[in-house]
Design a protein around this ligand. Structure first.
Ligand code: PLP
Length: 382
């Protein structure tokens, strides 16, 4: 869908892009300047595979403010969060082990688990209207003898849901009881719209010893193209993960790490302003979608996606994949079909509010047009 949207836009179509999960905003200037200054100062060589010491220390500091007791030595810096997910699974699973991933959920988890030689089992999120939440009983029921790793994502892509304290406690209990590792992808933590303090499952008693926190700079600091992420893990895992970095990319580029250091230690005003801009866009998109007959949408607590129930827009026999395709080809609005995130995403569309409010309003107008047409033709077909 992303490639097709890009192709149509390149052909000159006025495509409204709600498909892509990256901020449309520039990286804050002081971060860019730090990267450029580092280049000029000669940060152009290999550095230690686990990352430059000041960045590892700054990451550990940030984790401690979130209640995760971590030292710099427990941090491994990678070229984005995505490789860290893969490295964590490669380090943790043996062929035939099972990895639990959410449905709906980010497709990268299942892909990484399969590359690591694991079997993938999906745990369904519970659905209430257009809102999804962790279903602790369903998660518990999904654990098998060979289950080794539970992948969590909070705030979640694509649903925007954020784990609450009760859910985190239940996960910790389960992980302890069934001796599971937890890979906790917290890449959207800087994009939470609730007022609750950030809290990782790794902050709960005993959990730091069985959790790899995965995070990065792409979303919070609009740094997708810089490729910078990290994992925070028990010391016992650090050598294996560091070896994987060493044997794949050698290290994340030094000047990029200096930019990341500026992001964490410099002023947070730009990151906060971006989050508030996303909040306003979220509200505009949800308000717009609620005015479209056949669509149900809830405001997500985090990330920058509305996962909307569009079952009411589908023609007879139409899937959400076909609807997304029709909206792109006939109305030039690009969104991702919910089925791309798992079976429980059928009937949904993921709409990224990573474009201006004006474009969001335009997208809603186009979706409404597509919906009316779908309903009309659906009735004709019926
Ligand atoms: C849930 C989730 N985790 C990880 C990533 C990858 O992030 P990065 O750009 O740091 O590799 C994404 C990117 O879309 C994501 O949505």
């Amino acid at each position: 869908m992303v490639a097709e949207a890009r192709r149509r836009a390149a052909e000159g179509h006025d495509v409204v892009r709600l498909d892509i999960g990256e901020p449309d905003l520039p990286t804050p200037a002081h971060i860019v300047e730090a990267g450029v200054a580092a280049l000029r100062a000669g940060a152009t060589r290999y550095v230690a595979p686990a990352g430059i010491p000041p960045l590892r220390a700054a990451i550990a500091d940030v984790q401690r403010t979130r209640g995760v007791a971590a030292t710099a030595e427990q941090v491994v810096v990678t070229s984005g969060a995505k490789p860290m997910l893969l490295y964590a699974l490669l380090a943790l699973v043996q062929r035939g082990d099972e990895v639990l991933v959410p449905d709906p959920g980010y497709p990268g988890y299942a892909a990484a688990a399969r590359i690591a030689g694991a079997r993938v089992r999906h745990y369904p999120l519970a659905r209430d209207g257009a809102q999804f939440r962790l279903d602790v009983d369903a998660l518990r029921a999904a654990v098998r003898e060979r289950t080794r790793v539970l992948v969590l994502n909070t705030p979640q892509n694509p649903t925007g849901c954020v784990l609450d304290d009760h859910e985190r406690l239940a996960i910790a209990e389960l992980a302890e009881e069934r001796d599971l590792w937890v890979v906790s992808d917290e890449i959207y933590d800087g994009l939470r719209y609730d007022d609750r303090a950030a809290s990782s499952v790794a902050a709960l008693p005993g959990m730091a010893a069985r959790t790899v926190v995965v995070d990065g700079f792409s979303k919070t600091y609009a740094m997708t193209g810089w490729r910078l992420g990290y994992g925070v893990m028990p010391s016992s895992l650090v050598p294996a993960v560091t070896a994987l970095v060493n044997e794949s990319t050698t290290c994340a580029p030094a000047f990029v790490q200096h930019a990341g250091l500026a992001a964490l230690t410099g002023p947070q005003d730009d990151a906060i302003a971006m989050r508030e801009l996303f909040r306003a866009r979220r509200d505009a998109l949800v308000a717009g979608l609620r005015g479209v007959a056949g669509v149900r949408a809830e405001a997500p607590d985090g990330a920058f996606y509305v996962f909307a129930d569009v079952a009411g827009l589908l023609r007879a026999g139409e899937t959400c994949v076909a609807l997304a395709d029709r909206l792109l080809r006939e109305h030039d609005v690009a969104c991702i079909p919910g089925a791309a995130y798992g079976r429980r995403g059928e009937g949904m569309l993921r709409l990224a509010f990573t474009t201006s409010e004006e474009r969001i309003r335009e997208a809603v107008t186009r979706i409404r047009a597509g919906g009316q047409e779908g309903t009309k033709r659906g009735q004709e077909i019926r």
